[in-house]
Design a protein. Sequence first.
Length: 496
Amino acid sequence: MTTAEKTLFTVLRADAPPVPSLPPFGQFIGGQFVASTSTEKVDVVNPATEEVLTQVPAGTAEDVDAAVEAAVAARDAWAATTPRDRSAVLLRIADIIEANREAFETLEAANTGKPAAVAEDDISSAIDTFRFSAGAARAYSTLGSDDYAENHTSVIHREPVGVVGVITPWNYPLLMAAWKIAPVLGAGNTLVLKPSEQTPLTTLKLAELIADEVPAGVLNIVTGPGRVVGNRLSEHPRVDLVAITGSVGSGQKVAAAAAGSVKRVHLELGGKAPVVVFADADLEAAAKGVRSAGFWNGGQECGAACRVLVHESVADKFTGLLVKEISEITVGTPGAEDAEIGSMISKAHYERVLAALDDVRKDGHTIAVGGNAIEGPGYFIEPTVITNVPAQAPITSNEIFGPVVSVETFSTDEEAVERANETIYGLAASVWTKDSARSLTVPRKLDFGTVWVNSHLVIATEMPWGGFKGSGYGRDLSSYALDDFSRTKHVMYNRG
Ligand code: NAD
């Protein structure tokens, strides 16, 4: 590590707006906050300052059972509402979030260490998700009835699945909750949601603010550890479907626990998105694209542009442009106006990212910029570019989930496609080229649920989001999410 590397990045520190009133302390079950059956608590920390914001209950299997009971009790009445009624509730939720957006943004930034601009985008997208689902729920229909057997008329009904268990991660706490709550409720299900134990505040705030708008028991929140609360939700015999956004390991555990009751599983898991830069690409645009899409939310993003594959003929030029871009990134606390990236979510995750950087050094790759922790308080890591990465090096396939981008080279289009697909993940990828034939053929050969051309990480609420392979199955956003949280029933009438 050189002195220049050491002093390139510092943390811009500024006081953030005061944290608004914290949500009530307890489990949200049957339309109200109730005490957990556990006296054990989990610290909720501000990772940019290391201060403890509050504590929430380390919930128990009994808490989950009570919440599932409330969701079962509310299920039939909610399922019997019309799409218009449910849509009205979703629109009111969107309005309530919008009316309280400053409180949500401040709370989210304080609990995650993310810059104000990212928190603002999260809350705007959460509002949009509720509004989209409100419209989509009303526009959603099945095939018209018809005859497919003599004297018999077939009708297809789209029904809610029933009670849905939802498990969310820490990187976009309210947004990931919105991605599930909106279509789950829009499709007529009731739900029990477990937020990440590290970031429960905005989800609990949402419950507090919408308690009077959603019938009791339709939406329930239980805080607590994944291995207890998440596991009970996954195995619970009266939960009809369990949906998790999280790491591959947690997804595997959820699917295994769900198998006992043969419930449906919806998995949005990790990613390691390749960014394939061809020789004909606009290299400046590609470098800027990696700056924004590789480092958005500090790289703690499942679709992050974290693995560049660049054609060998332009590798030096592209790497120079990329290193310049990344050297200009401003690191800061949520209150610092110009902050582009904030802290890592927790001490444990900060240590995981630093350990991955140690491995990079041991593997003999070049750290072209960054690579170190930045002096605290707070769990900050320098924006980092790693070069000199050979095919199949561990960094090409391990999800680091931090402000770290690696650069590999390729020589032919076939090699680029083969190497890009050489990962257990299949969530997202991008292709950078000005060649129209390439822009049409390469995306079709890539094994990822979303492929951008000359862009990366632009999300549209109307379009499906989800992965292939180790990134899981199931789709968030779009009307496909409504499909995923519905079941079809065929009723055949004998007219003979
Ligand atoms: P994580 O897997 O550690 O935790 C996610 C959630 O699962 C948490 O609520 C946790 O408590 C719970 N959990 C943990 N063990 C469990 C178990 N045995 N049973 C049930 N639930 C359990 O993930 P994280 O660190 O919070 O989030 C980061 C991960 O999420 C990354 O891998 C990232 O790629 C992924 N992610 C994916 C998407 C997507 O859309 N595909 C979006 C955001 C994040």
